[in-house]
Unconditional design. Structure first.
Length: 133
């Protein structure tokens, strides 16, 4: 990662700006396909944004509701990549990410963990309706 990415991100953070997935040392993509799925979702979101990657990044950093929506969709893809057969795992991931979305990891984009949990579950439901893609 570049110098500024190292300053801005906490250890263990994955990011995907400008068509590239950056991941922390020791977290190999081949061993973390769920994280790759999450970050590829962000690459696709950036590609679909009317103002491209820079527009998406600006929107992401300035709008809590946009950030919450985009992360919930990527988290849903990540959870789906784990598989949905283990309800305990699904519940644990939703709980983990609900706390992260309501905290400093995602710059407090959710007002509370309940809003975050509901948004993740809605995104997961939408994903499954679309055929899991």
């Amino acid at each position: 990662k570049g110098f500024f990415l190292n300053l801005a991100l906490s250890p263990g953070t994955w990011v995907a700006p400008f068509g590239t997935v950056y991941y922390p040392a020791g977290w190999w993509p081949s061993q973390n396909p769920h994280m790759v799925a999450h970050e590829v979702t962000h690459l696709n979101q950036q590609a679909r944004h009317p103002f491209g990657c820079l527009g998406w990044l600006a929107h992401y950093f300035w709008s809590k509701s946009f950030r919450l929506d985009q992360e919930a969709r990527a988290i849903a893809v990540e959870i789906n990549a784990f598989g949905l057969s283990d309800q305990g795992l699904v519940d644990g991931l939703v709980r983990f990410y609900a706390h992260a979305l309501a905290g400093k990891t995602y710059f407090y984009c959710a007002r509370n963990t309940e809003e975050a949990r509901w948004t993740i579950m809605a995104a997961l439901s939408d994903l499954l309706k679309e055929g899991g893609a």
